[in-house]
Design a protein around this ligand. Structure first.
Ligand SMILES: [Cu+2]
Length: 301
């Protein structure tokens, strides 16, 4: 009877692991299927820190079951019973030493990756980066191309293998700009312009989203990030320039009204619109942009 129970338990666990492995995690968890240098590094960091924590978690879980099993009360038990035991230098060294080594390793890894993955750090590339200015609106994303002079809504296209310098701000509640397969998210905040460098090493359409709750239609703030060849990109820019309407200041005010949007394209946008959006809120946001209030002078004791 007892063995059959153990066997049943083990086979259930085995089935569970098998199910997990065969459902094709890499397809469902796009973060684990990066398509650019930043995403790659972030995936490496995730795997590395998971492995480092497993050094602790696996033995602890195994020991939990072993101890419960070995020291359970039953007739004729052979496990040692030592009610007055209180100190073991050997054990103290093990359970202080191993965590200190692991925390040190995780610390070194984290510091190195934190510096190398600093979002505003330009990517190493022979190609000149392209700048795209991103504005979070209720509930849509506006993209402006200052070098090409075009703008889009909920669709962003850029050439593959070229670093993209995203400048991100908000003209609505704070949100988070995220293209999971290219790299981690960055906050879109009013009165601030955040810089995030990303790059796609492969052509393809990647899912982009708003990763921070901003109200009723927040869940519909998806956009397509399309990485194409340089020729296709240039052709697309020309097409937008020749066939799309202009974005006027009134048109922008319409966009800022609450509501969702399909992909839209504009052949031009008001000059300095992005900078205007940022500075509009700058006075109320204290990150060095606005004048700092002097702290009161210290009273001499
Ligand atoms: Cu801020």
């Amino acid at each position: 009877m007892k063995t059959s129970k153990t066997v049943r338990c083990m086979s259930f666990l085995f089935m569970f692991i098998l199910l997990f492995l065969t459902t094709g995690c890499a397809d469902n968890y796009i973060v684990l299927d990066p398509k650019g240098p930043i995403g790659e590094q972030q995936k490496d960091l995730m795997i590395l820190s998971t492995l480092l924590t497993l050094i602790v978690i696996v033995p602890v879980l195994i020991l939990t079951f072993v101890i419960v099993w070995r020291y359970r009360d039953r007739k004729g038990r052979k496990a040692k019973y030592t009610p007055n035991w209180e100190h073991s230098t050997k054990l103290e060294i093990i359970w202080w030493g191993i965590p200190i080594i692991i925390i040190t390793l995780i610390g070194i890894v984290t510091v190195r990756y934190t510096y190398s993955l600093e979002p505003s750090k330009p990517l190493e590339s022979e190609k000149k980066p392209i700048t795209i200015q991103v504005t979070n609106l209720d509930w849509k994303w506006l993209f402006q191309y200052p070098e090409q002079g075009i703008a889009t809504v909920n669709y962003v296209q850029f050439p593959e293998d070229v670093p993209v310098r995203f400048e991100v701000t908000s003209d609505a509640p704070m949100n988070s700009f995220w293209i999971p397969q290219l790299g981690g998210q960055i906050y879109a905040m009013s009165g601030m312009s955040m810089t995030l460098y990303l790059q796609a090493d492969e052509q393809g359409e990647y899912m982009g989203s708003g990763a921070n709750f901003t109200g009723k239609e927040f869940a519909k703030m998806f956009f397509t990030a399309n990485a194409t060849s340089q020729e296709d990109f240039d052709q697309w820019v020309n097409q937008v320039k020749n066939t799309s309407p202009e974005l006027t200041l009134d048109g922008y005010k319409e966009l800022t009204k609450q509501g969702t949007s399909d992909a839209r394209y504009f052949s031009a946008f008001p000059e300095g619109l992005y900078e205007m959006t940022v500075t509009k809120y700058a006075a109320s946001h204290n990150h060095g942009l606005s004048t700092r209030v002097q702290p009161p002078a210290r009273v001499k004791e």
